[in-house]
Design a protein around this ligand. Structure first.
Ligand SMILES: [Zn+2]
Length: 77
């Protein structure tokens, strides 16, 4: 799994929506990749909060998550 793939899946990973095998691959990458690890640690708490509030609000447009993600990781889009 490469960096853009990890960043794409990070959202689902943090949200607990990945299958165990994929979550393991993301976790493994984050543990070994100095490029992704800081981004994950910095944004983890924020993303967790955000993803929960997005999911809790049925009215939140799905594009909001994508636009937030684009701001956090413009290179991964
Ligand atoms: Zn990486």
């Amino acid at each position: 799994m490469d960096c853009p793939e990890v960043v794409r899946r990070l959202w689902e990973y943090l949200d607990g929506e990945l299958a165990a095998k994929e979550a393991g691959a993301v976790r493994l990458h984050l543990e070994s990749c100095s490029q992704c690890r800081p981004a994950c640690h910095c944004d983890r708490a924020f993303l967790l909060l955000l993803s929960r509030s997005l999911r809790a609000s049925a009215a939140a447009p799905s594009t909001l998550a994508a636009s937030v993600r684009a701001r956090l990781w413009p290179d991964a889009q």
